[in-house]
Structures are given as structure tokens and as C-alpha cells.
Ligand binder design. Structure first.
Ligand code: HEM
Length: 426
């Protein structure tokens, strides 16, 4: 078998399947062979070139003209005509937001919409995040056992995301179902029989986003990043377009919510799998900010991202033709020995932990990274203070099969509630 450039396809490349359990459980381990032997390879199953090393991926992020982000939200698995017709029936027209917008449109829009992400603006959300974290821990602290995903880590970042965007906090469960469908639709491989159900959920999500936007337009002076965009549209209508606002209303919830929920679940899992490290941050919470960076590096919630080569290029010695699609496995870059000493070691004192590429890099780097960091730090502060004796329960971890968004669907933890610090020191 040969690839698009006529080169033979290696055994590893032929077997690469990012929807299989190996990738789902541990993406950097799954592509270790590639990082070490064939850092850029063509995957015939996916129809993408897969890039696995830190330096190559960083160079791709740095050059967003040669490597266009336009395919970042494209369906990775083409769907059936029936599913496409269902989506069309809902008037589905998800288009460019920021993450998949090319220059010259992207930068002026990013600049126009940046202010709500400044550290001063984010400070304003801190008390809300802390209060939510406390309320949710209150609900289960005396039970001695909890599924942290179902009982807290899904809903709290969703609530924070809705506050940040300016969405009224109604029917969360519906939004939860919708946003999972969006992930499967964009980065997953739904079976033919699932595709229609996914298309209905995504179509409903699209229409729901439109209705929320209409409500916001009727009250543009209320707080929120979307209302900020609506006000900016009056000043800069060609920069902040209608299509942008509707697409972002939908994509923004996923960007702000699932990424952070999954990142926290991954972080708590990783910390509890290393009880000495967990005890260390319980004793000295000033270690939490760097521990968060190391968790994002070692086991982040975005495993891979996408770019389109707009011209013939050479990446890591491999010639790649114009029009090629690239899967850049950022989670593999984060385990590259060439950049991180003893890369597989989980070390919360690592001085370059924050060099990770989990938030991307360059002109599209995640705008919400400091909001995500703040949430993760607050959750860990609350857990270490109130549940320092928490342990991981016996369980198998499952993941929603997709290339990019990664976190355990459930995270069972347990503790002896009679030893809660609050019992002795209320
Ligand atoms: C872009 C990851 C949280 C808003 C991105 C990108 C990644 C990412 C990989 C693409 C970067 C690139 O192409 O270079 C994450 C992770 C998060 C997180 C891992 C949590 C741990 C958030 C939050 C928000 C947010 C909380 C909003 C409140 C955005 C926006 C962009 C973006 C608006 C597009 C920026 C642009 O293209 O100019 N994020 N994100 N993200 N993220 Fe996040």
C-alpha cells in the first residue's frame, strides 16, 4: 500500500486508528512508535497526515497561513446523505468562529473580542466559580463516595461557561446532550445508525443557539461575552458578523465547557493515581498552579488538533502536498523527550510544564486558557482542602470515542466521611 505521495505505508501507519481504545486510553503512548520512528505519517484510515513531535507541531501552529485552521471544526468522519439531510432540515449552518477562521478575517475579530478574557475581567468571575465549587462539594461531602464527573465536573464548568457567555442557566441537561452530540459529530466516528440521532441533536442545538442569541439581542446590555460581541457588531459589522455570532453561540459552549470539565477530570485522576503528589499539594496548595500546568501537559483534555496545508511543504523531513489535512497530536508533543526531560514522568515541579501545547500556540492560542486555569485551580484548592483523604475507586475508564476531546466519562472517588476535616474543624 502506498500513500498520496507514492511512499509505502508502514505497518504502524496502516494500523493507526484514533477511534480505537488504545488511542482513547492514552494517545501519547499509542503514538510513541511514531514519535520515535516515523514522526510524520499518512493514515490511510483517516485520510490525514499525522504529526507527533513537539518542534514540528509548534512550527505548524506558528504559521497559520501555510497551515490553515479552516478544518478545525469540520466533521472528521463524512456522514451519510440521510444524516446530512436531517442537519440541512434544521437550517444547520455552523461556519467560521475564531478557531477555524483564516486571516485576514481572524485577527481583527480576535482583537475586537479579547477584552472579556483579560486577567482583570476574569477576576470578576472568581467568586462565582468558588461558590459553585463549594456548593457542589457540600452536596456529596458526607457520602464518602462520588462520581466527580456526574456530580460536579460536568455541571460546574457548564454553569461557568454559560455565565461567561451570558446564557441564562436553564435546561442544562439538554445542553449537555447537545454538546456531546456536537463532539461526536465533529471529532468522532458515529456508526451509520447513530448518525441520524446525532444529526437531530446537533440540529436542535443549532436552533437552540439561535433562540438564545435572539434573546440576547433583545437585551444587549446584559453581561456576557456574547452580548459583548453583539455590542461590538454595531461598531464593526464586517468583523463581528451574524454568521460568527450564531456559530460561536454553539461552538463557544463546547469550547468553554467540555474542554475544562474533561481537563479537571483528567487532572484529578492523574493526581490521585500519584498519591504522594496528591499529598504534596494538600500540604502545600501553593504548588497547585504548576500542578495544573503539569496535568495539562501530561494528560490534557485536547489530544489533537487539525490544520490544512495550503501549499506544498516539508514537515519533519516528510514532503506533504498542498491540500493535505493534518492531525497534529498535541498530546504526543507534550510527551516528546526532545522538549521535556523524562517526558512520561508526572512532575509537578517541572519548570517548563507550561510549554505544553494543550491550548495550541500562536495566533489562535486558546483565548479562554486563563479562565480554564482559574477554574482548575479553584477546584483543586477546594478538593485538597476539604477532601485530602480522597482516593480513586476501583473502576475502568471510558471515553467518548473521538480524536480530540478527551476525559473520562465517569470518575469514581471515595473517602472516609467520618475523617472529613470539617468534622473535627467545622
Ligand atoms: C482555542 C483548548 C478552554 C475559548 C483553543 C484551541 C485549543 C483550545 C487547542 C485551538 C488553539 C490553536 O489553534 O492554536 C482548550 C483547552 C481548554 C480550553 C484544553 C481547557 C482546559 C477554553 C475556555 C474558553 C475557550 C474556558 C472560553 C471561555 C477558546 C477560543 C478559542 C480557543 C475562543 C479560539 C481562539 C482563536 O482561534 O483565536 N482552545 N480550551 N477555551 N479556545 Fe480554548
Amino acid at each position: 500500500q502506498t500513500g498520496p505521495t507514492g511512499c509505502p505505508i508502514s505497518h504502524g501507519a496502516a494500523g493507526f486508528d484514533p477511534f480505537a481504545d488504545g488511542y482513547q486510553q492514552d494517545p501519547p503512548e499509542y503514538v510513541r512508535w511514531a514519535r520515535e520512528q516515523e514522526p510524520v505519517f499518512y493514515s490511510p484510515q483517516l485520510g490525514y497526515w499525522v504529526v507527533t513531535r513537539f518542534d514540528d507541531i509548534k512550527a505548524i501552529f506558528r504559521d497559520n497561513l501555510t497551515f490553515s485552521p479552516s478544518i478545525a471544526l469540520e466533521k472528521i468522519t463524512p456522514t451519510s446523505d440521510e444524516a446530512n439531510a436531517v442537519l440541512a432540515g434544521y437550517g444547520f449552518a455552523l461556519n467560521r468562529t475564531l478557531v477555524n477562521e483564516d486571516e485576514p478575517a481572524h485577527m481583527p475579530r480576535r482583537r475586537a473580542l479579547m477584552e472579556p478574557f483579560t486577567p482583570e475581567a476574569l477576576k470578576h468571575h472568581e467568586p462565582m466559580v468558588r461558590q459553585l465549587a463549594r456548593e457542589y462539594v457540600d452536596r456529596f461531602i458526607n457520602d464518602g463516595r462520588a462520581d466527580l464527573v456526574d456530580q460536579m465536573l460536568w455541571e460546574v464548568p457548564l454553569t461557568v461557561a454559560m455565565h461567561f457567555l451570558g446564557v441564562p442557566a436553564d435546561d442544562m441537561d439538554t445542553l449537555r446532550e447537545y454538546s456531546i452530540a456536537h463532539t461526536v459529530n465533529t471529532w468522532g466516528r458515529p456508526k451509520a445508525e447513530e448518525q441520524v440521532a446525532v444529526a437531530h441533536a446537533v440540529g436542535n442545538f443549532w436552533q437552540h443557539a439561535g433562540r438564545i442569541l435572539d434573546k440576547m439581542r433583545a437585551a444587549p446590555d446584559t453581561e456576557g461575552w456574547m452580548q459583548y460581541g453583539i455590542r461590538k457588531q454595531k461598531e464593526l459589522p464586517e468583523v463581528v458578523t451574524d454568521s460568527y455570532l450564531h456559530s460561536m453561540m454553539m461552538a463557544g459552549l463546547v469550547a468553554a465547557h467540555e474542554t475544562t470539565a474533561n481537563a479537571t477530570a483528567n487532572a484529578v485522576k492523574l493526581l490521585l493515581q500519584h498519591p504522594k503528589v496528591w499529598q504534596e499539594i494538600c500540604t502545600d496548595p501553593s504548588l497547585i498552579p504548576n500542578a495544573v500546568e503539569e496535568c495539562l501537559r501530561h494528560n490534557g483534555s485536547v489530544a489533537a488538533w487539525r490544520r490544512l496545508a495550503t501549499q506544498d511543504v516539508v514537515i519533519g523531513g516528510q514532503a506533504i502536498p498542498a491540500g493535505s489535512k493534518l492531525l497534529i497530536v498535541t498530546s504526543s508533543a507534550n510527551h516528546d523527550e526532545q522538549h521535556f526531560v523524562d517526558a512520561d514522568l508526572f512532575d509537578i515541579h517541572r519548570d517548563n510544564a507550561s510549554d505544553h501545547l494543550t491550548f495550541g500556540y500562536g495566533s489562535h492560542q486558546c483565548m479562554g486558557k486563563n479562565l480554564a486555569r482559574m477554574e482548575m485551580q479553584i477546584f483543586l484548592e477546594e478538593f485538597t482542602r476539604r477532601l485530602p483523604h480522597m482516593q480513586l475507586a476501583e473502576q475502568n475508564f471510558s471515553y467518548v470515542p473521538n480524536t480530540s476531546f478527551r476525559g473520562p466519562e465517569h470518575l469514581w472517588v471515595q473517602w472516609d466521611a467520618s475523617r472529613n476535616p470539617e468534622c473535627s474543624n467545622p
